[in-house]
Design a protein around this ligand. Structure first.
Ligand SMILES: Nc1ncnc2c1ncn2[C@@H]1O[C@H](COP(=O)(O)OP(=O)(O)O)[C@@H](O)[C@H]1O
Ligand SMILES: O=C(CO)[C@@H](O)[C@H](O)COP(=O)(O)O
Length: 480
């Protein structure tokens, strides 16, 4: 019974699961928080990973480990492998002007957007690594001069697990490479010319591995040495490191998404994505044509405002998340016309990095905690419903909608989602689907084979409900 470990180094926390490689059965798990903010010292992720591994009972008996991580974050390293500056995260919008510049320089308007969509699968927005590099070159030239290599959060953590053995040992995978803005999912090659266009030169980038290739071996020294601390695999051999991937690609693997499935993930980000056999190139910029973790593609829509909209509404009302959900369910569908456009961190889809949130339809009748709670849940879901429309417009089938992420733990979200989406949603048992996907990849690396091992995700629950079109109509009017 070989064991494997999967890591989810996401925006708010690090989660580690240890599972049976063959059956997928959960053996143990751990988690540790990440610091807040959109600019984070990567060593904070490293410390959280170590704490989460310790809580999960160490890695001494696992055959392989894979890391799933928040996408796009810019981790810059100097020639000695030291971090040049804190990482800029996917939800840091300071590079919005850089994104606009890159589109302008490619011809602007539809021409510029089409250029990028065809070259890299996606139109640049502030989230993507290429725009952050442009920002760095413009605003911090001294730091930019020190950059010898650029990589992403999961690449850096995998490299640290290997003992940080020199910049040539940096590895990534197709899924995360596809969120940089300088890698083409269609050709499977870097576009170093576009990296140079963004940054002014070509720092080293990680080698892109195939879905089950070995990225290296766990360094015996990283957890203090000795087999019990994770120095050696169960048979005394080295612990394999999987290629890892971006958190959404890992969630697709963890939730067992297949043809016809659309995954809606409600974490810090809201994402709507499908596994596809062909790459996407949406010049409107709504759908990012990423790659997945199995050799296929992952067309994806991402909003900046998801579970934290619920956190913010709960704070405003002075209640916890369970009470927020009860309040939301006690108000009528449509909240009697109260609409929250929840652009609390600006927004990425639609591309409005400077936007702020708006509450519309306040009356004496709607000025209640229940109405506000309902408007928060509905507003967040409306942003995701727009994403679902965009994905379908790009050819995705949506035979089944699978709801995952921290926000899916809310009964109100699960019950209101069908009214907003106009379709039933399927909810797997509460779990850490990104970490699970990373673990499934690790099992694939450990066991070999052409496809990942077949793991069951357990019994799903289906939530149904009549569509309430007025919710989206009023939202569309309010968001403009
Ligand atoms: N019972 C719950 N009801 C509503 N939201 C919840 C609940 N439990 C967790 N969450 C939300 O989940 C979010 C974290 O989700 P997660 O998927 O772990 O995020 P990330 O992967 O971005 O770090 C938090 O913002 C929190 O509000
Ligand atoms: O930017 C994207 C996808 O393009 C985000 O989905 C990040 O990958 C962060 O994910 P979470 O931490 O919210 O799961």
């Amino acid at each position: 019974m070989p064991l494997v470990a999967g890591v989810d180094s996401s925006t708010q926390s690090c989660k580690v699961v240890v599972r049976d490689a063959e059956t997928g059965a959960l053996v143990r798990q751990g988690r540790a928080p990440h610091p807040p903010g959109t600019e984070v010292d990567p060593y904070a992720w490293w410390e959280a990973l170590q704490a989460a591994v310790a809580e999960a009972g160490g890695l001494g008996d696992v055959a392989a480990v894979s890391v799933g991580g928040q996408q796009h974050g810019m981790v810059c390293l100097d020639t000695s492998g030291e971090v040049v500056r804190p990482a800029l995260l996917w939800n840091d919008t300071r590079s919005a002007d850089a994104a606009r510049e890159l589109v302008e320089e490619a011809g602007g308007g539809e021409t510029g957007r089409r250029f990028w969509a065809e070259a890299t699968g996606a139109v640049p927005v502030a989230s993507f690594t290429a725009t952050k590099l442009r920002w760095l070159a413009r605003h911090e030239p001294d730091n930019a001069d020190r950059v010898a290599a650029v990589c992403l959060p999961h690449d850096w953590l995998t490299w640290r697990l290997a003992g940080a053995p020199g910049l040539d040992a940096l590895r990534t995978d197709r899924g995360d490479a596809s969120g940089t803005g300088y890698w083409s999912p269609r050709t499977g090659e870097y576009r170093l010319d576009l990296l140079e266009r963004a940054f002014g030169r070509r720092p080293k980038v990680p080698v892109v591995l195939g879905p089950a290739e070995v990225a290296g071996h766990l360094d015996p020294a990283v957890f203090g040495g000795g087999a019990a601390s994770g120095a050696a695999g169960p048979s005394g051999g080295p612990v394999l490191l999987g290629p890892g991937t971006g958190d959404n690609a890992a969630a697709a693997l963890g939730a067992g998404a297949g043809p016809g499935d659309v995954v809606v993930s409600i974490g810090t980000s809201g994402t709507v994505f499908a596994v596809a056999d062909t790459p996407a190139a949406d010049s409107t910029g709504a759908v990012a044509g990423f790659a997945d973790a199995t050799g296929r593609y992952l067309p994806l829509v991402c909003t900046l405002n998801a579970a934290r909209v619920l956190d913010a509404a709960a704070t405003l009302l002075g209640v916890d998340l369970d009470r927020l959900g009860e309040l939301a369910l006690s108000a009528p569908p449509g909240a009697d016309g109260l609409v929250l456009v929840p652009y609390l961190e600006g927004e990425r889809t639609p591309d409005r990095p400077q936007a702020t949130g708006e509450l519309r339809g306040l009356t004496l009748r709607t000025s209640t905690p229940a109405h506000l709670a309902r408007a928060a849940v509905e507003g967040m879901l409306c942003g995701l419903a727009d994403g679902l429309d965009a994905l379908i417009a790009q050819g995705a089938r949506a035979d089944r909608i699978i709801l995952v992420g921290g926000g899916a733990r809310s009964a109100a979200v699960r019950r209101i989602a069908p009214q907003v989406f106009g379709r039933p949603v399927v909810v797997p048992p509460p779990g850490e689907y990104v970490a699970d996907g990373a673990a499934r990849q690790a099992a694939w690396v450990a066991l070999g084979g052409d496809t990942p091992p077949a793991w069951s995700i357990g019994d799903t629950e289906e939530y149904t409900g009549e569509a309430v079109p007025a919710i989206r109509e009023r939202y569309a009017h309010a968001r403009g």
